[in-house]
Structure formats: C-alpha cells, structure tokens
Design a protein around this ligand. Structure first.
Ligand SMILES: Cc1ncc(C[n+]2csc(CCOP(=O)(O)OP(=O)(O)O)c2C)c(N)n1
Ligand code: SF4
Ligand SMILES: [Mg+2]
Length: 323
C-alpha cells in the first residue's frame, strides 16, 4: 500500500520504503537535526528498510555524534526501535556484545546494526571496528560520512576531503586547507578485511541505498555500508541543496557507488558523462578558497585526478557495472 505522494503510481514492490504509508518510521520527527541534514535522512532510510526486511527484529547501537545528539536530548527521544548509545569510539565493540547476547539467549532472528559518523568510524573507533571485522562478528555497521566532526564544530576527520576548509584546517597564506596526501579510505579498509559484504551508498539514490541495506541486513557475519551524507552547516550550502550536492558527488566520481563481497569488488553504478569536479566544489563554502581572487587551478586539478582515478578504478562505466 502506498501513500498519495511521490511513487504512488508504481507497483508495490517498486515503491521505495520511504514512500510506503506503513514504513516503521524508526526515527520520528521532532528531533533536533539541522534543516536539510543528510545524516538524518540517511539514517531514516537505512533503518526503515532494515526494519522491514528483518521483520522488525533489529536493535541499534549508536556512537556519539550528531545522529545520537540530535535524536535523544533528555528527556526526549526519537527512536522507535531498541536503541543503545555507546561511547564515541566503541560502537562496533558494543554491537558485538549485543549480537552475542542475542545469540546466547536464543534470539536468532535479531539483527544488530551499529552506526556512527565518519569521525567515530575512521578515527577513534577504527580499532574496535577492525576487531569486529577480524572476528567476522555478526553486525551490520553503517557509517554516515559527512566528512568532518560536525557535532563538535566541524573539525577535520580522516574522511575530510583534501583541500577542504574545516575549523582545524583553516586556509591561510601558503596553506590551502586539509593537506594533500592525508586521509583514509574506509570502504577500502573494510574490503581489505575480506568481510562478507561492503557497499557505498548515497542519499541521492535511495533505491540503491535501500537495495544494499536489504541485502546487507539479511547476511550474517560483518557487513559494512558507507553512506555519503552532505551537511549544510559544515559544508556551507543552503539546506535545500542536500540531495543535489549528494548527487553531484556521485556524478563527478568523487563518491563512487560500489559493492564488494568477501574482499572483491563485484559491482558498481556507472556514471554517464561524468561532470567536472569544479561544478561540485563550487556549491560549497568549504571549497570557496579554491576560487575567487586566490583561485587555484592546480588544487582543483588535484581533486579532479582523484575523481578520474575513482571512475577508472571502480570501472564506473566498465564491465563490472550493473548495466
Ligand atoms: C572520547 C571522546 N572524545 C571526544 C568526544 C567529543 N565528540 C563527540 S561527537 C564528536 C565528533 C563526531 O564526529 P563524527 O563521528 O564524524 O559524527 P558527526 O557528528 O559528524 O555526525 C566528538 C569529537 C567524545 N564524545 N568522546
Ligand atoms: S551539523 Fe550537519 S550532520 Fe549535524 S545535524 Fe546539522 S546538518 Fe546534520
Ligand atoms: Mg562526521
């Protein structure tokens, strides 16, 4: 059964979970995310479809970060699923414990989801996450990547793009923002562990995101999904642009969409006529110093090379793609 909003002309099985009138609504409205928050939308899409596919048998462990802070300011709480706040760095370890507790008490249908921002996932929580992958613990870990520590005031994380301005990478004379040659690629690190399932997803492609989560939630062992979630406050753009900016990141090759199983990339979403990265960079104040009177074509070219390498590496128009 569908609502009378967008998608109501489609058959039931083709309708996105978010268009169904009986979606579980795991995160109710009334929370305190900023207007246009990509992370709030991403988490809602992930959890509603996971809840459907797992027949309601999900429990969620959440690292400290915007998602946790905006959703549960005491005494209020937006969560409509069993939900546990861990520390900033240990969501993967806590989730492992929760999964073990369900297994030991015979609740074999329960699926555990751990979720955190890019800071908790790629920096302080990476040790716990790597341990979880190493043991192949039965948890789906979802990283909502807004490319900085947003909750504490937009500090750099190891997922912050090179040359971006953050509160701790302020461009000054002779310094163009986040240093070229730094950073980590979390999906690649996850793939290197050889875990059963790894995927990247974007809130600009909700069907693809829902498909990947539907697949990931039903598998056993460690699974990792990395979701690109633009942040209007930290990136410096109007809230109404969140989806367009997320889409542009995919369309220029800076955020490739792919899936991997047991350490091998098995599919990717093709990009027809990739856009120049400049179009994407110009939409956000965090890159404004690369344009204007101190324009740096070399810096833009450096970022373009990353996008071009991604397009080639993940064969976004080649034989591995889904088309
Ligand atoms: C051990 C520890 N260090 C620092 C903090 C402060 N802190 C809370 S959230 C956060 C940043 C979260 O960044 P990220 O994981 O990217 O999530 P986002 O807020 O961007 O969604 C920090 C530094 C903390 N809670 N615990
Ligand atoms: S700062 Fe960014 S991630 Fe945090 S609630 Fe606002 S828009 Fe969302
Ligand atoms: Mg973040």
């Amino acid at each position: 059964m569908t609502t009378l909003t967008i998608g109501n002309r489609l058959d039931d099985e083709d309708v996105a979970e978010q268009s169904k009138h009986d979606r579980h609504n795991c995160i109710t409205g009334g929370h305190r995310a900023c207007q246009g928050c990509g992370e709030a939308l991403g988490a809602r899409c992930v959890l509603d479809v996971a809840h459907r596919v797992a027949g309601g048998n999900i429990a969620v462990v959440n690292a400290t970060g915007c998602l946790e802070v905006f959703s549960c300011v005491y005494p209020e709480n937006s969560w409509q699923v069993p939900w546990l706040h861990s520390l900033f760095g240990n969501a993967a370890a806590v989730a492992t414990g929760v999964a073990s507790a369900f297994a030991i008490s015979g609740k074999k249908d329960m699926r555990v989801i751990a979720q955190g921002g890019d800071g908790s996932t790629s920096d302080i929580g990476l040790g716990c996450l790597s341990g979880m992958f190493d043991r192949n613990d039965d948890v789906l870990y979802v990283c909502y990547d807004n490319q900085a520590y947003m909750n504490t005031g937009v500090q750099r994380s190891s997922a912050t793009p090179i040359l971006a301005r953050t509160a701790t990478t302020l461009p000054t004379r002779g310094y163009m923002g986040n240093t070229v040659g730094t950073g980590k690629n979390l999906p690649e690190i996850a793939i290197a562990h050889g875990i059963p399932y790894v995927a990247t997803a974007s809130i600009s492609n909700i069907r693809d995101l829902e498909e990947k989560i539907s697949k990931a939630i039903l598998r056993r062992g460690s699974r990792y999904v990395h979701v690109h979630v633009p942040c209007p406050l930290g990136w410096g753009y109007p809230p109404s642009e969140t989806i367009r900016i997320a889409r542009m990141a995919v369309e220029c090759g800076l955020f490739p969409l792919f899936e991997a199983e047991n350490g091998v990339v098995v599919g990717s979403t093709p990009v027809d006529n990739p856009k120049p990265v400049e179009e994407y960079l110009r939409t956000q104040r965090r890159f404004a110093h690369l344009f204007g009177k101190n324009a740096s074509p070399e810096a833009i070219e450096t970022i373009q090379q990353i996008a071009s390498r991604n397009l080639e590496k993940y064969r976004l128009s080649g034989e591995l793609s889904h088309e």
